[in-house]
Design a binder for this molecule. Structure first.
Ligand SMILES: [Zn+2]
Length: 132
């Protein structure tokens, strides 16, 4: 994999600068040092030719007509897995992940609370001579 570079996400090359040549699946695995269980997962990358280099960019979908390759990568060791984390005494509660609708509803509720506080504060202020 040393002949590939990760395309920076903030760099959007012009369409005439790059050519999609392949979609590559990285078949990855990681083994927990505590329980020795191994997890398998995939990362999917589009491989572009860009200025005589091969560049990787995360793929969000398959492109029809573009060949798909698979590369199996060496297993990595991780200190703890999601199954073992519950065995720790000082584990914090997992953070809840909101979907977009829940997140927008929360923002709307907080905005409404702030608006109600501002309105209540405005009502509590005595009138000034200028406002009369
Ligand atoms: Zn584990």
């Amino acid at each position: 994999m040393t002949d590939y570079k990760i395309l920076p996400t903030n760099h959007e090359p012009r369409p005439d600068e790059i050519r999609l040549v392949e979609t590559l699946i990285h078949h990855r695995s990681q083994t927990c040092e505590l329980c020795s269980s191994t997890e398998f997962f995939s990362e999917i990358w589009d491989v572009y030719l860009f200025r005589h280099s091969r560049m990787l960019k995360r793929a969000s979908r398959l492109t029809p007509g573009v060949p798909v390759g698979v590369t199996k990568l060496p297993t990595k060791m991780i200190p703890i897995c999601f199954k073992c984390v519950r065995t720790l005494e000082d584990v914090i509660e997992p953070r809840k992940h909101h979907d977009e609708a829940e997140w927008r509803a929360t923002l709307g509720r907080k905005e409404a609370e702030l608006a109600a506080e501002r309105a209540a504060a405005k009502r509590r202020q005595p009138p000034t001579l200028d406002s009369l």
